[in-house]
Design a binder for this molecule. Structure first.
Ligand SMILES: [Zn+2]
Length: 148
């Protein structure tokens, strides 16, 4: 973009005033941009905190009563809040598994509770059964599990 052309005022005093105003405006450009960046970072940190708290809330509900699983955070909210693992158990054979929900092919706007019917137990699949998964907890990392 071509630089904006401010018409040069006739009087020397006005020229000085214009130069001063232009200098101020240019300085404010970076001050405001920096402040905007700072506020955006603060906002994003708050959203991360809110998303993490939503996962903790869901975990408490699941721990206390085992459900209802709906409502639940979305995959996006869970991963943004630091909870990218979902601990599940097969409703039929009780095999435990940890699922990296960020790595799933489902859109990130999918609700965690909608995964119950979509996550299948490999063992039961071999026996041609398709039992839904029982959702247990969202977690920050995978559990240490002997060969699953
Ligand atoms: Zn199973």
């Amino acid at each position: 973009m071509a630089p904006k052309n401010h018409p040069t005022p006739l009087s020397g005093g006005d020229r000085k005033a214009l130069a001063k105003e232009l200098g101020k405006a240019r300085a404010m450009t970076s001050v405001l941009a920096r402040r905007s960046e700072e506020l955006r970072a603060e906002g994003e940190a708050l959203i991360r905190k809110a998303d993490g708290m939503l996962c903790e809330s869901w975990n408490e509900k699941m721990w206390a009563g085992g459900g209802p699983i709906d409502p639940s955070p979305t995959i996006d909210q869970a991963t943004n809040g630091g909870y990218s693992w979902l601990q599940i158990e097969c409703s039929r054979c009780k095999a435990a598994r940890d699922v990296d929900i960020a790595a799933l092919a489902h859109p990130s706007t999918t609700f965690v509770h909608d995964l119950a019917s979509r996550l299948r137990c490999r063992k039961c699949a071999k026996a041609s059964r398709r039992p839904p998964a029982t959702l247990l907890q969202l977690a920050r990392r995978a559990r240490e599990m002997p060969d699953t």
